[in-house]
Design a protein around this ligand. Structure first.
Ligand code: SF4
Length: 395
């Protein structure tokens, strides 16, 4: 659950940022956290997960379970999908629990203290499972916009350090392996997993101690980069502005800038380099625009800029009455209404996954998506033009 971390200055969830930009935690303090609809949905989805763990692994009785489930479903942020994603989460945990020789201990929503490594560091693990020589922690992520990997994930490692400390008095030296899983059902078909040894985890913890100390005391340095994306101060941070407004940085991308040098077109190498540099610039520009628009809508001033209404499409104020009027005027219903089958996703939702697969599975195809530009480091395989060319050719 994200809530308790709200008050940790150097939090686990922001570790990927403060490990790179040690100035960020104190800088961000001046900007209030915004409560988004997404965050509220995420919190509610976590509550479903917690309740179902208690039912599955901790013998929560049927009556209490049903009563709590009903309450959660009455929440205005409730979506049917949460019931399904939390079921998938429990299925995943059950599969993991079955890997052990004897039933492991399963603990949901565990408060952990990793202040031995990060000043005032604390957080909450969604699920801790301990059995044999394994400490296993699983984090449920409800978001679908950004895929989160467990590989070298500092948030997971900090939670693991906290869990290790909490359970050491009970399990002693028996824990040798640490497995960390990110379960993100709306974004990845398979959970992301990292397993390291107990020693590796402790060594990593030691390595980040001085960085965390700097980040906590405010003695850190600003260091803009990709990690600025979720920084609360990203639109007004001067260090970031300096980085992206220093157009000098671009000068080496195009060595022969003057046309008098004989070159009139950019080489592909130059374009590659410019794209890398301009990606950060474009992201920064979008953040500036979003900040300026919000400021103007909140009544503030951004000299030279104003908020305007964007493009909109005409619509009926009352569609039912409008259609009745058309039919009353003598138009045939056949030209007013269009008969349309429900979409694949809607049918799957209505029928349930297995029934849908049984009846419709053989008709489902997944066409190659439109080509999009991505950096070499992107996890997706390169676009296969040959496969795209032949996709409509019958066998
Ligand atoms: S915007 Fe980037 S550089 Fe500025 S404080 Fe945040 S993370 Fe650091």
């Amino acid at each position: 659950m994200p809530a308790p971390e709200k008050h940790a200055v150097v939090s686990a969830s922001a570790a990927h940022r403060w490990l790179k930009c040690t100035a960020a935690p104190r800088f961000e303090e001046q900007f209030p956290e915004e409560n988004s609809e997404y965050a509220a949905e995420g919190t509610l989805a976590h509550s479903f997960c917690e309740l179902k763990i208690r039912r599955k692994f901790l013998q929560l009785d049927t009556r209490s379970y049903n009563a709590q489930l009903k309450k959660l479903k009455a929440d205005p942020h409730y979506l049917d999908e949460m019931d399904k994603t939390s079921d998938a989460y429990i299925e995943h945990l059950t599969e993991k629990a079955m890997e052990y020789n004897s039933p492991p201990s399963v603990m949901p929503e565990i408060k952990v203290d990793f202040s031995d490594y990060v000043p005032d560091g604390f957080g909450t693990c969604d699920c801790v499972m301990i059995g044999g020589d394994m400490l296993d922690i699983t984090d449920y992520k409800h978001g679908k916009g950004v895929v989160v990997s467990a590989a070298e994930n500092p948030q997971m490692r900090l939670y693991a350090l906290g869990a290790l400390k909490r359970y050491a008095p009970i399990f002693g030296n028996s824990i040798k392996r640490i497995r960390m899983t990110i379960f993100q059902p709306r974004a990845q078909s398979e959970p992301s997993v990292e397993e390291i040894t107990h020693e590796e985890l402790l060594a990593w913890g030691e390595s980040i101690k001085p960085i965390a100390q700097k980040a906590f005391t405010g003695a850190g340095e600003f260091n803009p980069g990709e990690h600025c994306r979720f920084c609360r101060g990203k639109a007004v941070c001067k260090a970031r502005a300096e980085k992206y407004s220093a157009f000098e940085d671009f000068k080496d991308c195009v060595p022969n800038k003057k046309q008098s040098d004989g070159e009139t077109t950019l080489s592909n190498e130059e374009i590659g380099e410019l794209l890398v540099k301009a990606a950060g610039l474009a992201a920064w520009f979008e953040d500036l625009q979003a900040y300026a628009l919000k400021t103007l809508l909140d009544g503030g001033k951004i000299p030279g800029w104003k908020a305007v209404a964007g493009k909109s499409n005409r619509a009926f104020s009352n569609a039912e009455e409008a259609v009745s009027a058309v039919i009353s005027a003598g138009y045939d219903e056949a030209i007013v209404y269009e008969r349309k089958a429900k979409s694949l996703a809607e049918l799957e939702k209505l029928m349930g996954k297995s029934e849908f697969n049984r009846i419709c599975g053989k008709y489902v195809v997944k066409p190659l998506g439109k080509p999009a530009l991505a950096p070499e480091s992107d996890a997706r395989p390169p676009y296969n033009s040959a496969a795209a060319d032949f996709k409509n050719v019958a066998k």
